[in-house]
Write a protein that binds this ligand. Structure first.
Ligand code: FES
Ligand SMILES: [Fe+2]
Length: 475
């Protein structure tokens, strides 16, 4: 192979075309030339002796081709990757979803538990607390974001102890029906077909309007009056489809306020963050009135991460979040809305203030919060929702909107910083118990006030958690 080695040098030092010539018939020439030990007047310094076989030449031609392909591949791959991330950064709204079990179970021995272990853990933790408040308060709850429901699309959503078929008609109106068909129980949300303004059951083809009336039975001459299903009160507002839930079937007692800038398209959707958490719904909005936790849990800056066991490390102390909340109570005509102001800044080296922001916060019923903020750079609004998917399984969403001049990459950074702070809450919620009579000090007084306010969303028949026996706890 010494000749092959020499040829490889020649091939690697030559341009592509001559190399192909060698491959396609010049083998003998090269070989003969080598055997003749050629030298010439213009080439006296080079004596080339090559003992080559066809396989040698093919082998090194292949090597050279692979080398060329590898360079092209890496170059193109790098270019496409950079372009893709630039595209995402500048043109795609942020999307981050953390499912149940992905945050907050980090401290278990033997590392991250398996999915089955997490499932059992979650089931066991559903027995948290005594005198747990009812698990499904009355109010408006988000089922899907508007962007997640296209025209002609249907989704099955299980939440608040119910099963819903949420669909959008061909003209764009969203409706919510009971998922189970009154005929023989087919699930309208799984395989149901939107037909114009109606929804067709996938089992035998009965067709229902958004009001729940059956308008067609394909194999029957008549549609009897009993052929109807439950239509749930719904509103599509502030970028999401909400359902009204009341344990006694009472019609909506109040409305969700419309954020004008979202409704009239004056602001830009910047992205969303979603967390699933294993806790009682009351724990989530209670955060707003729990000022003491703002000055402890949320102080370390986002770079210190979301793991409670390491986030308080002093190496991150150079930058700290400082929050202050001021309760403003409720107005007489809107007792279902609790208001408070919140200020924030990032304190660097205990001296300089950055990212100063002012929030006007409106907790609207048990399942929705609007956080309107202003800062030097820009202003915007977070629409936060909480929906109980199961008694102690909540889904929290934060959707961010800003002015049209606010670039998506800025929203992305902002949402990420917010998400890290929520991650910390999630880790607390996933592991805490519910204290019906917490030992509060004077400075905690807003928490007691908040609990009295929240109690208005429970009525006598609000469902409570059925405690399970120890044997039920394993799957
Ligand atoms: S179960 Fe829906 S049409 Fe029969
Ligand atoms: Fe918090």
């Amino acid at each position: 192979m010494s000749g092959a080695l020499e040829l490889s040098k020649m091939l690697l030092n030559t341009v592509a075309q001559p190399a192909y010539d060698v491959y396609n018939g010049m083998v003998t020439i090269v070989s003969a030339r080598g055997n003749q030990t050629t030298s010439g007047a213009n080439d006296t310094s080079k004596l080339v002796t090559l003992e080559l076989t066809t396989e040698d030449i093919q082998f090194y031609m292949t090597l050279k081709l692979i080398w060329a392909f590898a360079i092209c591949f890496v170059g193109l791959g790098t270019a496409f990757t950079v372009l893709y991330y630039m595209y995402v950064l500048f043109f795609v709204p942020y999307e981050r979803v953390k499912r149940l079990g992905s945050i907050g179970y980090l401290n278990h021995e033997a590392g991250q538990p398996s999915k089955k272990e997490i499932a059992n853990l979650i089931r066991k933790r559903r027995k948290i607390g005594e005198d747990l408040p009812p698990v499904y308060p009355n109010g408006w709850f988000r089922l899907v974001d508007s962007l997640q429901l296209k025209k002609g699309e249907v989704k099955e959503v299980s939440a608040i102890g119910q099963h819903f078929a949420v669909f959008r008609t061909q003209t764009g109106k969203a409706h919510i029906l009971d998922a189970y068909c009154p005929h023989m129980g087919g699930n309208l949300g799984v395989g149901g077909q939107v037909k114009g303004e109606c929804l067709e059951c996938p089992f035998h083809g009965w067709v229902f309007s958004g009001k729940g009336e059956c308008v067609k039975i394909p194999y029957s001459e008549k549609v009897p009056s009993f052929a109807k299903t439950k239509s749930w009160p719904s509103r599509e507002v502030n970028g999401a489809v909400f359902v009204w839930y009341h344990c006694d079937g009472v019609e909506p007692e109040w409305e969700l306020p419309v954020v004008e800038d979202i409704a009239n398209g004056n602001c830009n959707y910047l992205g969303r963050v979603e967390h699933h958490v294993n806790t009682h719904i009351q724990d989530l909005p209670e955060n707003g009135s729990d000022q003491a936790h703002l000055s402890h849990l949320h102080v370390p800056n986002a770079l210190s991460g979301n793991d409670l066991s390491t986030q308080f490390s002093s190496s991150w102390n150079f930058a700290q979040h400082i929050f202050k909340a001021y309760s403003k109570g409720s107005d007489e005509d809107t007792p279902h809305i609790s208001k408070f102001d919140l200020t924030h800044y990032l304190l660097i080296f205990n001296r300089w203030r950055f990212l100063q922001m002012f929030f006007k916060v409106y907790q609207i019923g048990p399942g929705c919060v609007h956080l309107h903020f202003t800062s030097l750079l820009w202003k915007g609004v977070f629409v936060q929702t909480v929906t109980p998917l199961e008694p102690l399984h909540q889904v929290i969403t934060h959707n961010l909107y800003g002015g049209w001049t606010v670039p998506l990459w800025l929203g992305r950074i902002f949402l990420f910083l917010e998400a890290v702070q929520v991650d910390r809450d999630v880790m607390i919620w996933n592991n805490k118990t519910f204290r019906p009579r917490p030992k509060l000090v004077k400075e905690d007084n807003l928490i007691a006030k908040y609990r009295r306010w929240f109690a208005q969303f429970y009525t006598e028949n609000s469902p409570r958690l059925q405690m399970k026996t120890e044997d039920d706890a394993s799957w």
